[in-house]
Design a protein around this ligand. Structure first.
Ligand code: ACM
Length: 267
């Protein structure tokens, strides 16, 4: 089954949910044929919160927040499975989360496991192992931005059966887009990194987000690529089942050739 999978890359307006929703609505027709679209991390709130109180004022519950309502509407209208990062409020605090919403309204949540730098001052770290969701477009796993730096995240998703990794991002370090080549290749999974662009200068630091969103094939091929500094929407035709072939060479297999008994230190 061929599907069209892609991303929306844009400048997230800090603290302006409605402006970001409008941007997304404006961009969707560019990729009207998409079956799966990934949006950036914190796609509706912005990134650099002053403190927990400010984050709390912009966060929303997974079950019935405005982002869940909007994505449910858009997924049904466009027959597209959507993945977007958002600030999740929960009784115990806020998580840096992403939700996956299918056209039939089914929704799944992921809480970022590896918090980057000062995110640790305001967010709680994800409290559940990454899971894979069986969707109409294939088996999709979610990870968020800095999770890329820990190859265990993508490996666990691949071992759990992911064919596609949806990767909402707000990247500020320069290496991720290149490193995702390795995540795709070593696991034989499609990866969709949806990054944002623009600069936030809200605290004593200025953060510039690096764009360069991309769709990589399950052998690391670059199938779609965004510029570093402009809004962009793109998609690529992919066969999710190609990711089920884990062969490397005649006598090697990505999973079969692993030696977990030699990796005890990983614990
Ligand atoms: C990041 O994890 N947003 C850098």
């Amino acid at each position: 089954m061929t599907i069209h999978a892609g991303y929306l890359q844009y400048e997230v307006a800090f603290g302006d949910w409605q402006a970001n929703a409008n941007t997304i609505r404006t961009m969707l027709p560019i990729v009207a044929a998409a079956d799966l679209l990934v949006l950036p991390e914190l796609a509706f709130s912005g990134y650099d919160f002053h403190d927990k109180a400010e984050l709390q004022s912009l966060a929303e519950p997974f079950a019935d927040g405005p982002t869940r309502t909007l994505l449910t509407e858009l997924a049904a209208e466009t027959s597209t499975t959507l993945v977007a990062g958002y600030a999740e409020s929960a009784p115990e605090g806020c998580y840096n989360s992403s939700m996956l919403v299918c056209p039939d309204g089914t929704a799944h949540n992921y809480r970022k496991i590896h918090l980057f730098n000062r995110e640790q001052h305001v967010f709680l770290p994800g409290d559940q192992a990454p899971t894979v969701v069986d969707t109409p477009v294939g088996r999709v796993g979610m990870m968020i931005c800095f999770d890329w730096f820990f190859p265990e995240t993508a490996r666990c998703l691949a071992l759990a059966g992911a064919q596609i990794i949806a990767h909402p991002s707000n990247l500020v370090l320069p290496w991720c887009q290149q490193a995702m080549f390795a995540r795709s290749l070593e696991n034989a999974v499609f990866t969709i990194t949806a990054n944002r662009i623009g600069t936030e200068a809200r605290t004593d630091r200025e953060l510039t987000f690096t764009g360069g969103s991309q769709v990589l094939g399950c052998r690391g091929e670059e199938l779609a690529k965004a510029p570093t500094d402009a809004a962009h929407a793109a998609m690529a035709a992919i066969e999710p089942h190609d990711a089920d072939d884990k062969a490397i060479a005649e006598l090697n297999d990505r999973f079969g050739s692993r030696r977990p008994e030699m990796y005890a230190q990983l614990k």
